[in-house]
Design a protein around this ligand. Structure first.
Ligand SMILES: [Zn+2]
Ligand SMILES: [Zn+2]
Length: 243
């Protein structure tokens, strides 16, 4: 599978960039993981919107799903124009009122996901586990052909992240805070915490994402390296990796 980082900012996108959004391509199928603000525009640098088969949303914070509603409009327009044949599948946490808003006419079909579920989505095996966050959120493990990508969603320290990331080829993990900093935001991880989780999970490679708008972000790598000695990369728009 091929991962392309569409957006990687926490909270809001910087100029011409996007918050959380990751494109996964496998056997001609295209799945978008999270659809935060800015993602809909940046995604079109890589694919046409009508090529998208499915969207999987980690949680209902705006920096992870704000652009989904405009994607629904795009989908209905492309169905009218007959540039899209199949409806778009949208997967999100089922036990939340927002789930009801994922379905849109006959163009977007909503599918519930819950912690503990394993679902096959477009030939990829997804497993979901709860994270520690102010609202319900899931981390996900995605497997195909014996290769594994794991994604933290948003979370503070959680044993579930170690479980979900176990022996991954690539662990895409949120890293919103500096261990050395004063900024305390509930539900997010520091560089050192991410390093510890990656080390305990025995992951092959770590990508830091959901990055903060302050400080020297290279310091996040230095912090994570105190506990993890594999390859560490800062996410950036267009970063593509074959897993
Ligand atoms: Zn977030
Ligand atoms: Zn969040």
């Amino acid at each position: 599978m091929k991962l392309t980082v569409i957006g990687y900012w926490g909270a809001y996108p910087e100029v011409n960039e996007a918050t959380s959004g990751y494109l996964l391509e496998h056997n001609e199928k295209k799945v978008l993981i999270d659809c935060g603000s800015g993602v809909l525009s940046k995604l079109q640098d890589y694919i046409k919107l009508e090529e998208l088969d499915a969207v999987v949303i980690s949680h209902y914070h705006a920096d992870h799903f704000a652009d989904l509603y405009c994607l629904q409009y795009a989908t209905i327009i492309s169905r009218h124009l007959e540039t899209r044949v199949k409806p778009l599948k949208i997967f999100g946490l089922g036990n939340d009122q927002k789930f009801e808003t994922l379905e849109y006419g006959s163009s977007c079909i909503a599918y519930p996901l819950n912690s503990g579920d394993t679902l096959e989505i477009e030939g990829l095996k997804f497993t979901f586990l709860d994270t520690e966050h102010p609202i319900p959120c899931v981390a996900m493990r995605i497997e195909a052909n014996g290769r594994v990508l794991s994604y933290s969603g948003d979370s503070s320290w959680s044993e579930n992240l170690i479980k979900i990331a176990r022996s991954s080829n690539v662990f895409l993990c949120e890293c919103s805070l500096y261990s050395s900093g004063n900024a305390k935001v509930a539900g997010h991880l520091t560089g050192e915490e991410v390093g510890k989780i990656a080390s305990k999970a025995g992951v092959n490679q770590l990508i830091l994402t959901h990055l903060p708008h302050f400080g020297d972000r290279k310091e996040l790598i230095v912090e994570a390296q105190k506990h993890y000695n594999g390859k560490i990369t800062l996410a950036k728009g267009g970063l593509a990796i074959e897993i």
